[in-house]
Design a protein around this ligand. Structure first.
Ligand SMILES: *Cc1c(COP(=O)(O)O)cnc(C)c1O
Length: 388
């Protein structure tokens, strides 16, 4: 591997030179079915024509002006997201971690305005929120923390999907100002909480005047059958973050806020040089238009259900399989033992998958995937698991 690149990733020794919808092509001309889409990013598939046209047309017109001026494309995207989300306003950055930093800063402002000296944010075990210092602290993984101490103050950790643990904190700790969780834990292994979890969190937040903040960076953009996963549970948070699929590969992160949470940021409190520039906003608007036009949230729900049914039918009774979980096109197959080797074996069979939390095969295909491609993914994954 190239020693001029910091070795922060354990990379596969393969590179791709071209994409076509759900397919990637390597330098030797081999074709691979992409069941990962660049970690839930390329939701419209590779080399999408509408996205390519949006990039080309906008780049020929104007790429960047800075947030010192009004940006009509940013205002248009904000209007679209406001209508979809039910939130009041939003801040544009360039990544998921940045969107979450904004959420954490909103919670701090909220606490400090209430004159709480040490405002605390409740976060969950096995969560993932990013790699900046505050977001890695919020992340519930020892591996992500290790070596970066001192961590950031102001977080308190509970088990995921445990309302009692949070209720207990509410009764004993007057410094809490917010709960910050993923509606479904992605990196943590596609962990789907109980049906009443988000509503339970909403109630605890209302009873205690805390902000409910949801990290929808992986679950958002239509992947779970609604544009935001919280919409599957009929709950509205005070703060939500989006990134990954919103730009179909162009870097964008958004922190959306509602009600009192939307009134805290003032000029000078936060910023970004690149965030929300004319190019990336035009592309994200195009992505939203395509999701709407092609009814991709519904499509994600249908194809996801089809895949989970196939997996349960063929793998459900195997000793090697602990659990098969999915909501829309966010699917996890938990095995009884660590299985990192499956990534390379799948590559040899022409399929890109990911293994997360050591023993969970994670599938995050493009939302535009066809039934035939979905069946193809299922066939190869079933073969992998059956022979593991
Ligand atoms: C990927 C991810 C992040 C971090 O996003 P980056 O763009 O890599 O900073 C944060 N939260 C969740 C749930 C994610 O899946």
């Amino acid at each position: 591997m190239d020693s001029s690149i910091m070795p922060t990733y354990g990379r596969q020794d393969i590179s791709f030179v071209k994409g076509e919808g759900s397919w990637l092509i390597d330098s030797k001309g081999n074709r691979y079915l992409d069941a990962l889409s660049g970690i839930a990013v390329v939701i419209l598939g590779h080399a999408n024509q509408a996205v390519a046209d949006a990039i080309k047309n906008q780049a020929n017109q104007l790429i960047h002006t800075s947030n010192l001026y009004r940006i009509p494309n940013q205002e248009k995207l904000a209007d679209q997201l406001q209508r979809i989300s039910g939130m009041d306003n939003m801040f544009f950055g360039n990544s998921g971690a940045e969107a979450n930093e904004c959420a954490i800063k909103i919670a701090r402002l909220f606490g400090n305005r209430k004159s709480i000296k040490n405002p605390l944010i409740v976060v969950a075990d096995s969560s993932f929120h990013g790699r900046t210092l505050a977001t890695l602290t919020a992340t519930g993984s020892r591996k992500v923390h290790a070596g970066f101490e001192p961590l950031v103050d102001g977080f308190i950790r509970v088990p995921f999907n445990d309302l009692n643990a949070i209720q207990n904190i509410a009764e004993n700790n007057k410094n809490v100002v917010s709960i910050f969780v993923e509606p479904i834990q992605g990196e943590g292994g596609i962990r789907i909480p109980d049906r009443n979890y988000l509503q339970g969190l909403r109630k605890i937040c209302d009873d205690n005047e805390w902000l409910l903040m949801l990290d929808e960076i992986q679950t958002g953009n239509g992947r779970t059958g609604s544009f935001f996963c919280y919409q599957n549970y009929d709950v509205c948070p005070d703060v939500a973050t989006l990134a990954k699929g919103l730009g179909n590969g162009l870097p964008i992160g958004v922190c959306l806020a509602r009600g009192k949470a939307s009134e805290l940021m003032q000029p000078g409190n936060h910023g970004s040089t690149f965030g929300g520039n004319p190019l990336v906003c035009q592309v994200a608007s195009t992505v939203l238009d395509q999701i709407h036009k092609l009814n991709l949230t519904k499509r994600a729900e249908e194809v996801g259900a089809r895949m989970v049914k196939i997996f349960r039918g063929r793998l459900g009774d195997l000793n090697a399989v602990k659990e098969i979980r999915g909501m829309g096109l966010m699917i996890g197959i938990e095995l009884n033992k660590p299985c990192p080797e499956l990534v390379e074996i799948a590559l040899g069979k022409g399929l890109l998958i990911n293994v997360t939390a050591e023993n969970v095969i994670r599938l995050l295909p493009p939302l535009t995937i066809s039934d035939k491609e979905a069946d193809n993914i299922c066939e190869i994954v079933c073969e992998l698991v059956e022979s593991s």
